[in-house]
Design a binder for this molecule. Structure first.
Ligand code: TGC
Ligand code: FAD
Length: 387
């Protein structure tokens, strides 16, 4: 497996163990059937419970059943899962970084006790509702409202492009609380079996096909006041969750690119044209050299992010740089790998075109490439160019 500058040497035994467990799971459980799931537009049955059992959901959190592993271990886990498929990493990212994290960081003791153990084990599935039909890159313009009525809130609005909403037990919904001055954004835990909740599936995707995506319709949904996340108010609530998930994506994209590289290298040694392996031709070697270099530099950035996160020095803008760079790298390199596989490269028998299609989503969600460019632009100049 490509590790050109021997990053393995710096891993501790727990980090190696978590990486190896995830790698074995991907080899045995994901790789044999993911091409078919991608073709069928399905997510493997029972996979959330299996991943929960293996401890793949937010193991970097501490307490309530989570072991608090290192940020490197968590990153390696995301890297291995995305080497299988971005949809599998997405399922773990959403459950861990976008549902368990906000409950852990901003929830009441009762909310933590109720939800964290069963989300961690995969007994319950969660989703994160921020994006709306008319508000994607600019979520602070959201229209979803929560109106106080006695000791309840009444939610109305709609969210779209929500990973796992059709199979979720609970949604973390971000909405404007109209009962408070200036209607701040608050987080609400909405059980999906409540009256007025609908979670239609989005079926016509050409990317991330082995991942379930849907809407969340909220039509005067009543929830008790205890379901509000008490310890955060304002856009920093959802945006802090995005920083956690983007961190995982920066690692995950490297896994997808690495899998494309391995597939292309193997193919180039096996496939013969003009009486020799195509890997013997300089043009193909040039492509492999460039892929290996790009993957290695992205790996280094991911490892550096882990060090900064571990010691509390990671800024959201660092994460934006890594998400932006590493996903663009995976998007570009998956295409080169696809090219090296010739006609076979356009089938689901090989992974590069599936990864390449998935990367169109990963390039777009959790802040588009353009939005991360603007976040960096703002950090470098002090001038926000969003509007
Ligand atoms: P802004 O005024 O800049 O900030 C508001 C407050 O939030 C703080 N903050 C952050 N905190 C933590 N992490 C971050 N990344 C943060 N960014 C900002 C900020 O310091 C401020 O705090 P305070 O205390 O002063 O109130 O907020 P804005 O509304 O103007 O945001 C601007 C912008 C464009 C950067 C933001 O809206 C943005 O990132 N847009 C992109 C939207 C996005 O990424 N959506 C993702 C939806 S979820 C998803 O895609 C899941 S896919 C999951 C999967 O399947 O894997
Ligand atoms: P828009 O914001 O409409 O952007 C369209 C284009 O305009 C993009 O190229 C963008 O870069 C560009 N643009 C926008 N603003 C600017 C600007 N100021 N300057 C320059 N260019 C700009 N969301 C959730 O809340 N939860 C989820 O679980 C979730 N899962 C997803 C799963 C999938 C498969 C997909 C595809 C999306 C998911 N999303 C989720 C939504 C995702 O976060 C949004 O699609 C993303 O934030 C972009 O929003 P948009 O699609 O509305 O595009």
């Amino acid at each position: 497996m490509l590790d050109y500058v021997d990053l393995e040497a710096d891993l501790d035994s727990e980090e190696r163990m978590i990486r190896d467990t995830a790698r074995e799971f991907v080899d045995e459980r994901i790789k044999p059937e993911i091409g078919q799931h991608f073709e069928d537009g399905t997510f493997p049955d029972g996979l959330m419970a299996e991943m929960g059992e293996l401890g793949f959901f937010a193991p970097n959190l501490e307490g309530y059943g989570s072991p608090g592993v290192s940020e490197t271990a968590y990153g390696l886990l995301m890297q291995e899962l995305e080497a299988g498929d971005s949809g599998v990493r997405s399922a773990a990212s959403v459950q861990g970084a976008l549902v368990m994290y906000p409950i852990h960081a901003f929830g009441s003791e009762e909310q933590k006790d109720e939800w964290l153990p069963k989300l961690g084990s995969g007994e319950a599935i969660g989703c994160f509702g921020l994006t709306e039909p008319e508000h994607g890159s600019d979520p602070s313009s959201m229209e979803t409202r929560a109106e106080k009525d006695g000791d309840e809130y009444v939610l109305s609005g709609s969210k779209t492009w929500i990973t796992n909403s059709p199979v979720s037990d609970v949604a973390v919904v971000w909405a404007r609380d109209t009962s408070a001055e200036e209607s701040p954004v608050r987080g609400f835990l909405v059980e999906t079996d409540r009256d007025g909740v609908s979670t239609n599936k989005i079926d016509d995707k050409l990317s991330m096909r082995a991942s379930i995506t849907g809407e969340i319709g909220l039509s005067n949904v009543r929830i008790p006041e205890e379901n509000v996340l008490p310890n955060v108010s304002g856009m920093k609530g959802p945006l802090s969750c995005l920083t956690q998930a983007r961190y995982g994506i920066a690692w995950g994209a490297v896994g997808a690119a690495r899998d494309c590289f391995e597939e292309a290298r193997d193919y180039s040694l096996d496939r013969e044209q003009f009486d020799q392996p195509i890997g013997g031709f300089q043009l193909q070697q040039g492509k492999l050299a460039e892929m290996a270099t790009q993957i290695t530099t992205s790996q280094l950035l991911a490892h550096r992010l882990a060090e900064l996160k571990e010691r509390g020095d990671l800024r959201p803008q660092h994460v934006s740089m890594a998400k932006r760079n590493n996903v663009r790298m995976a998007r570009d390199q998956s295409r080169i790998a696809r090219e090296m596989l010739g006609g076979n490269g356009i089938t689901t028998d090989y992974s590069p075109m599936r990864h390449m299609a998935n990367m169109e989503t990963v390039y777009t969600y959790e802040g588009t490439h353009d939005i991360h460019t603007l976040i960096l632009g703002q950090d470098l100049t002090g001038i926000a160019a969003f509007e």
